[in-house]
Design a protein around this ligand. Sequence first.
Ligand code: ASP
Ligand code: MG
Length: 402
Amino acid sequence: MLIVQKFGGSSVANAERVYNVAKRVAETYKKGNDVIVVLSAQGDTTDDLITKAKEISKNPPKREMDMLLATGEQQSVALMAMALSELGYPCVSLNAYQVGMITTSAYSNARLKKIKPDRIRRELDRKNIVLVTGFQGMNRFDDITTLGRGGSDTTAVAIAAALNADQCEIYTDVDGVYTADPRVVKNARKLNEITYSEMLELASLGAKVLHNRSVELAKKYNVELVVRSSLTNAEGTVVKEACKMERMLISGVAGDDEIARVSLIGLKDTPGKAFDIFSTLAKKNVNVDIILQSIGRDNTKDISFTIPDTSLADAKEVIEQNMERWGTKSVDYNENLAKVSIVGAGMVANTGVASKMFEAMYDSDINIHMISTSEIKISILIDKKEMHKAMNAIHEAFNLAD
Ligand code: ASP
Ligand code: MG
């Protein structure tokens, strides 16, 4: 079998852990498998490198930033190669350039375009364990790029797809995907399996187990993923296209309190208003999530929407510049809100899921400010201070613990 194993930064944080991982990799190799290992930078290395850069410059050139950040992953693969050699296993470390990991040119947020598999194949034929840097790529100018924070997952999936691997294992410091963040919901349960679509919703909802582009890529190329712990032998969670027939209605509850709501009140009720507002915000790269428009009355209407709280400053600037043109009477900003969502492929074919969620909020005396639904997701906006209570109540109402 050809197996891709990806280890996150905490799994290789120090010499002891590097050896732990090396032994794990060796186990797989000894069984006669071809093994490709993708690594992240050790521990807080990437954050530390960012701090270093900021000490030099408030606004460092993006090209140079990528040049700097890519060194973290290069350290990891070299150290891992040393550990494996020490244990007596043939191996080779390779960076994005050597692997031909071609990306778009956007520094700090590049997207993978293709991987030239030749070099990796050659090394596997020589019976080497191949260690590849995660997170980095190279663009058409032959410059180093990076894939965005958490991007090593995406590197691993891309390699698995390009080389048609039999298995892609993502090792991390948790032992799988849970029905809720176990730090918030004490009796959260580990899922044995989850669909790509559900995982995508959960990844973007703030369950930070997998980089969401890695899930997109896995879905596109049908790469079955296993998320498991590098510290234990627990089974982990399989992410794949379809799960068992008799499955739970809901796979998980997620909470996100890093959001803000903006309400534009008393807008002129004329065609093109929503288009104007949201295209102007999009030009400033403000990512809008839930949108709610009120029924028009007296020729005016209100539009409310949520954005990541990190975009609030940009949104305020855009709104102040355009308020008059939009004919807005007043604006209200609220940062004390949280979004709680339930995700489940099973809800498509079942009625009563939404009402059960709302009932749980009613029983807990929690007021819902906004609601948004899709085929496999329902999100509500509530007060930030009630987020944990809401997640627990919903987890309970849907019996997710057992
Ligand atoms: N080292 C990079 C980061 O910290 C990439 C990764 O860990 O996946 O974001
Ligand atoms: Mg990660």
